[in-house]
Design a protein around this ligand. Structure first.
Ligand SMILES: NCC(=O)N[C@@H](Cc1c[nH]cn1)C(=O)O
Ligand SMILES: [Zn+2]
Ligand SMILES: [Zn+2]
Length: 482
């Protein structure tokens, strides 16, 4: 937006008043974004992901950004079929050499969601109830992405000069391992040349009341195991007892991976885990985190560790293995008596410093191959890693962290906690390595938002105050050396 009026001086009170006054419009826009079922994991939704990316690019352009769309080519699925990947937005606003340049990253795709999974309302129709905005992507990550846009628009509406040049990378494949993004950024490396700071809002507070700045993520290695026993599904009454069933093989393999107390059975898997540094446990004991509230929030009878420090360490600094599902298996209600012809088991390992995806892949596939041999089944079997995303950890003693903490203090009037997170944002380490600059995570949503789960939501308070935090951060980050 070309601004012909004389620039006004920075005024956080005016910005926050503007954000409050525009609350309804911000909520409406989030509703529009949630309406677009931009599920990256399924071929059927790919056109919706592309639509979502273009929708966002238009909004950016309306706010004066140059927003270029970069194509990534095709995605090949395990069955050999191909679909085009959604484009990535590389955008920028302002090129003033006297200003620092901030890079923001976010994603426009979402996890799958169906009402039948147990949602109280339609996942792709936003519902505003009791101060909460329900819908898939509300917190992960459409709310935060729009929060950045609203913060920038607030400066523009009030004729306040933006304190920094802004670059953005918004993609549509994060929930499916950010396919193609590494290659694109490596190819377009000059886009990152002048970046001074990187900020990502794609995670959550640890609890529901205290904001945080996040300095670490686990990586994720995602595996498929394929077992096939027949050319077609079979009646279990007619064929049961005569066939080596693929599903029984699958249950055997999956069950061999992890013990009841979460110990991963793959030999050597812990070898590269960074040793504890002196007094590291103190880092976790100082963080505000109530283990009983956490247990109740997720609705578990008993956690693996009933101790706060051990629980945080298990979520943040040790690997974990989760089994996600079996494609091809009967999962509807009722009693279908089928022997599935082919099943694909899906599991992932969250990895931590200094584990490397390729090494984890080798150890895991070797282990499964040995289990398969021991099973002695005549069926067709294949185990492989579909995606390996890196972990990330960053130092805390830098200006980016200080600016984020100050912005939180300015808006919420509390000193934030400094957290790591067990989830993964595959591209984070590459940003750090390519720019050589500080990367931080500045979450908007709360720990009970239910990302990836039923009834995902963002609280109106987090959406609005989080937008104010972004307004404040844009100013604070420009203050280095001033
Ligand atoms: N909000 C971050 C997030 O949820 N990231 C995903 C990333 C991912 C990678 N492969 C599949 N998903 C996560 O599950 O942590
Ligand atoms: Zn996310
Ligand atoms: Zn997610």
């Amino acid at each position: 937006m070309a601004d012909t009026k004389e620039a006004k001086p920075f005024d956080l009170n005016a910005l926050t008043a503007h954000v409050d006054a525009n609350k309804d419009a911000y909520i409406k826009l989030l509703g529009e974004a949630i309406n677009i079922p931009s599920v990256s994991s399924s071929k059927e939704h790919r056109s919706q992901v592309i639509y979502m990316v273009k929708w966002m690019a238009n909004l950016l352009r309306e706010s004066g950004f140059s927003a270029e769309l970069f194509e990534l080519g095709d995605e090949t699925f395990p069955d050999g079929s191909k679909t085009v990947l959604p484009p990535v937005i590389l955008g920028h606003l302002g090129k003033d050499p006297k200003k620092k340049t901030l890079l923001i990253y976010g994603h426009l795709d979402v996890q799958p969601a169906h009402k039948e999974d147990g949602w109280a309302t339609e996942p792709f129709e936003m519902v505003h109830k009791d101060g909460r905005l329900f819908g898939r992507g509300a917190s992960d990550d459409k709310g935060p992405v729009l929060g950045w846009l609203h913060a920038i628009q607030a400066y523009q509406a009030l004729h306040m000069e933006l304190p920094v040049n802004i670059k953005c990378v918004f993609e549509g494949m994060e929930e499916s391992g950010s396919k193609g993004l590494d290659e694109l950024l490596i190819k377009q490396k000059e886009f990152l040349d002048d970046v001074d700071y990187v900020c990502i809002s794609d995670n959550y507070w640890l609890g529901t009341t205290k904001p945080c700045v996040t300095y670490g993520l686990r990586g994720v290695c995602y595996f498929f195991i394929e077992v096939q026993c027949a050319a077609k599904d079979l009646h279990s009454g007619l064929y049961g007892g005569s066939v080596h069933e693929a599903m029984s093989d699958m249950v055997y393999l999956l069950n061999s991976l992890v013990s009841v107390d979460g110990r991963i059975a793959i030999p050597g898997i812990m070898d590269d885990v960074e040793p504890l540094f002196k007094n590291e446990k103190l880092v976790y004991s100082d963080i505000e985190f109530n283990i009983d509230e956490y247990r109740q929030m997720i609705g578990c009878k008993k956690l693996i560790h009933e101790d706060k420090v051990k629980t945080l360490m298990s979520r943040w600094r040790y690997p974990s293995l989760s089994i996600h599902g079996i494609e091809g298996a009967f999962h509807d209600p009722g009693q279908k008596t089928v022997i599935p012809r082919k099943v694909i088991g899906k599991f992932s390992i969250r990895i931590v410093p200094d584990q490397k995806p390729q090494h984890i892949a080798k150890q895991t596939v070797e282990f499964l191959d040995a289990q398969w041999k021991a099973r002695n089944s005549p069926n067709t079997y294949k185990a492989y890693m579909v995606d390996g995303g890196n972990h990330w950890k960053a130092p805390l003693d830098n200006f980016n962290v200080k600016a984020a903490a100050k912005a939180i203090k300015n808006v919420y009037n509390v000193e934030p906690d400094f957290t790591r997170e067990g989830g993964s944002i595959p591209i984070t380490l590459l940003f750090q390595e390519m720019t050589g600059k500080s990367v931080i995570l500045l979450p908007m949503g709360a720990g009970d938002d239910g990302a990836h789960s039923q009834n995902e939501k963002i609280d109106v308070r987090n959406y609005i105050e989080g937008t104010k935090v972004f307004c404040s951060y844009l100013h604070e980050i420009a203050q280095e050396g001033k």
